[in-house]
Design a protein around this ligand. Structure first.
Ligand SMILES: [Zn+2]
Length: 105
């Protein structure tokens, strides 16, 4: 188990056998502050599933007027996942708090 923060709310992140029982690959719950992932998924699927659950929580936390259905959340999660994978130098730049000027110098 580890702790993550989404928009200032703290969640525990862990594997759960319960996820497998429910034939899902991830479950998140705002009130309980939990995100569970299915065990033994391919790493890429595990990461994109985590992003999927994070986006569910962002939509719920902000009551965004966005369809909070699985297809919409999947499209956003997969697009963000692919952006992160395709642009590691940009992710590093964001995490470093450097300016764009430093990146392109
Ligand atoms: Zn979902």
């Amino acid at each position: 188990m580890t702790l993550i923060t989404i928009c200032g709310h703290h969640y525990t992140l862990s594997y759960s056998d319960q996820v497998e029982d429910m034939h899902k690959i991830g479950i998140s719950n705002l009130r309980r502050g939990t995100i569970f992932l299915r065990r033994q998924m391919p790493t890429d699927l595990e990461h994109s599933t985590l992003l999927h659950e994070v986006i569910h929580q962002i939509v719920d936390l902000h009551s965004i007027n966005l369809p909070n259905d699985e297809t919409t959340i999947d499209v956003i999660a997969l697009a963000l996942f692919q952006f992160i994978q395709a642009n590691p130098e940009i992710v590093s730049y964001i995490l470093s708090a450097r300016t764009l000027e430093a990146l392109i110098a």
